[in-house]
Design a protein around this ligand. Structure first.
Ligand code: ZN
Length: 233
């Protein structure tokens, strides 16, 4: 099976469309989404509808949760908060209900899918390093754990003496962000797992970043959210 794992789309339709196109070319059998479909970008409705239609599984992200729980908003910076308020105005009841229905975690086929951390996915802590990833290892039993949230792709071995991805050992894998990469590379990031070949690949996909940025400005969202797309930070 070829499994495409996408995360942190953040209402960037231009990015999502190109990633879905690449996933088609790669002939993936299934798509899993790790949350944060909305927030920051200018196309929350179209992105929710595409994910709902094309992903076979999806978990909840903190920006999705902010649309139906006030408590999440306390942790947001002013730009993110402004985007949440704007996004709330765009969504209909069915879009909000879809987000509200997303689970924090899904376990399937020796794989765990969630947005933040296995220890407490609802606390939205970040994992930035191999050491932080290894501290999470005892909080799940699956072989693989796929995460998003930091927008920085990474493959973290959880067993000693393992350096590269292989199908025998345990790993935590951050697939990066489709709609707002933050590793200094503006290209969309997603993960492609091939369970037959025993391989994992972090793919980067070019998209019309100028068009996505222009829509953010046109909708009077904070201009910083447009600028950061162009530099991937
Ligand atoms: Zn995010």
């Amino acid at each position: 099976m070829r499994l495409a794992i996408i995360s942190d789309i953040h209402a960037n339709l231009e990015a999502l469309q190109q990633v879905l196109e690449d996933i088609r070319r790669q002939q993936a059998d299934r798509i899993v989404c790790l949350g944060d479909i909305v927030g920051y970008g200018a196309d929350p409705v179209a992105c929710i509808e595409l994910v709902r239609e094309q992903a076979s599984m999806c978990v909840l992200g903190n920006h999705d949760a902010a649309l139906f729980t006030d408590s999440q908003r306390a942790y947001f910076n002013p730009h993110a908060l402004e985007a949440v308020r704007w996004t709330a105005e765009q969504l209909g009841a069915d879009h909000r209900d879809y987000l509200r229905g997303l689970p924090y975690r899904i376990s399937s086929d020796h794989m765990l899918f969630l947005h933040a951390t296995p220890r407490a996915p609802e606390e939205w802590d970040y994992i930035f390093s191999g050491m932080e990833a290894r501290m999470q290892a005892r909080h799940f039993y699956e072989r693989l754990c796929f995460i998003g949230h930091s927008h920085i792709p990474g493959v973290y071995p959880l067993d000693a003496d393992v350096v590269e991805y292989d199908p025998e050992h345990r790993f935590m894998i951050n697939v990066g962000s489709v709609g707002q990469p933050r590793d200094g590379n503006w290209r969309s990031s997603y993960g492609l797992l091939d369970t037959v070949a025993g391989s994992y690949e972090n793919r980067r996909v070019e998209y019309d970043v100028e068009a996505a940025a222009a829509k953010i400005i046109a909708n009077k969202l904070p201009s910083r959210l447009a600028e950061r797309l162009k530099v991937g930070l």
